[in-house]
Design a protein around this ligand. Structure first.
Ligand code: PMP
Ligand code: GLN
Length: 381
């Protein structure tokens, strides 16, 4: 019954499908937001240190106290500090899990959840697995929220809205004014905000990162989901954290205790030590350089670059100038086979898989990978 609700064609989502195809053709995988660089030596050392401690019991009270403290300190060091109490934090095995459990903590069958598209493909599954109903609203042409449509889609059944800023795949970031406009719509409702903020440290323009938790009202009505994988670019570690009001964290814990209860203690220890020395500004500049390198390389190709990504690590390109007869899915498969470069067809970020003429590339790769990908594409196109 539950699996029937997960409408995944052929049983594989786009990331599994494209990774499999890329491996088959030995292609450079610029599709998945996943690193191809080695682990920072400092993090490696912290993990080795962790292994030398006795950490065989479950981490106490859902998470290691040292990690909780590091999260509090990190959030206090932000440009716009977030003052957190320990009752407002939960460490989770990845953001996807955090989003599923946040929904599970309050959604009931038949409830409606507003999802803004294009978006990360798993949101709808987190809703449908609860027998709730996603209500899809397109972003405007310029990728900004369509406030009129959002407002008119609110019904008596609307229980939540999911926001993602910095956004995957558009690279857009929400401002304080956006959060205010959202609040105007939901103020007199019971709507809960799930705020996917996994790319919090990766923003490249004038717009600073503003969390839903910065909003004086929304903070009491939201779950904000973060990912160490994105911050530290270590997707295989599957670890993140959720911040929410003590009441919401308590609701979250009721489900979480029945699922994983806690996260690998050695990883938590190493992540805590690394978070203490992590230089978010340096990380941001590193990714900004990669975005600029990737976009410069793309300018030599017959693609049209969308607006440079403001946050996160994905860049959209339009290929209709070059090829208008293949769908984005077919064109992405052609690139894998002929150029050995994998990108995600943008249609994957819409529930109805509508054709877009666009691809999403991940630029968070080694420089040599980006150069090689551009060379491969130049040869083919
Ligand atoms: N949210 C967004 C917007 C993402 O792009 C991703 C992964 N790329 C996730 C959540 C999932 O993060 P995690 O791997 O920590 O589950
Ligand atoms: N969410 C990641 C992305 O957008 C990939 C997730 C996955 O590979 N399952 O690239």
């Amino acid at each position: 019954m539950i699996l029937e609700n997960l409408q995944i064609e052929n049983g594989l989502n786009i990331f599994s499908e494209i990774a499999e195809l890329a491996a088959q053709y030995d292609a450079l995988n610029l599709a998945q937001g996943s690193p191809d660089s080695p682990l920072d030596q400092r993090l490696k050392k912290f993990l080795i240190d962790a292994a030398s401690h006795d950490m065989n019991p479950y981490a106490a009270a859902f998470m290691l106290p040292v990690l909780k403290e590091s999260i509090i300190q990190f959030n206090a060091r932000r440009k716009f500090p977030l003052k957190l109490h320990e009752s407002e934090i939960m460490v989770v095995p990845g953001a996807t899990y955090g989003i599923y459990v946040a929904f599970a903590s309050f959604l009931k069958p038949g409830d409606e959840v507003i999802i803004l598209e294009p978006c990360y493909d798993t949101y709808r599954h987190a809703v449908e697995i609860r027998n709730a109903k996603p209500v899809f609203i397109d972003l405007k042409q310029n990728n900004e929220p369509d406030w009129e449509k959002i407002k008119s889609s609110v019904s008596k059944k609307t229980k939540a809205i999911i926001i993602n800023s910095p956004q995957n795949p558009t690279g857009k970031i929400w401002s304080a004014a956006d959060w205010d406009l959202l609040w105007e719509i939901i103020e007199n409702t019971q709507i809960v905000v799930i705020s996917d903020e996994v790319y919090d440290v990766l923003h490249y323009g004038r717009q600073e990162f503003i969390s839903a938790y910065h909003h004086p009202e929304i903070r009491h009505r939201c779950f904000c989901v973060f990912s160490f994988e994105k911050m530290f670019h270590i997707s295989g570690w599957k670890a993140g954290y959720v911040i929410a009001s003590p009441e919401n964290i308590s609701a979250f814990s009721r489900i979480h205790q029945c699922l994983t209860f806690t996260v690998n203690a050695h990883a938590q220890y190493a992540l805590s030590k690394y978070l203490d020395v992590f230089d978010a500004e340096k990380q941001k500049l590193l990714f900004l350089e990669k975005r600029n390198l990737f976009n410069n390389l793309m300018r030599d190709l017959p693609f049209e670059l969308a607006e440079p990504c403001e946050g996160g690590y994905f860049q959209t390109v339009n290929f209709l100038n070059y090829n208008s007869y293949l769908s984005d899915k077919e064109f992405s498969e052609l690139l894998v086979r002929k150029a050995q470069v994998a990108a995600v067809p943008y249609s994957a970020f819409y529930h109805d898989k509508k054709n877009t003429g666009k691809l999403r590339f991940c630029f968070a790769k080694k420089d040599e990978t980006l150069f090689q990908a551009a060379e491969n594409l130049k040869r083919m196109l």
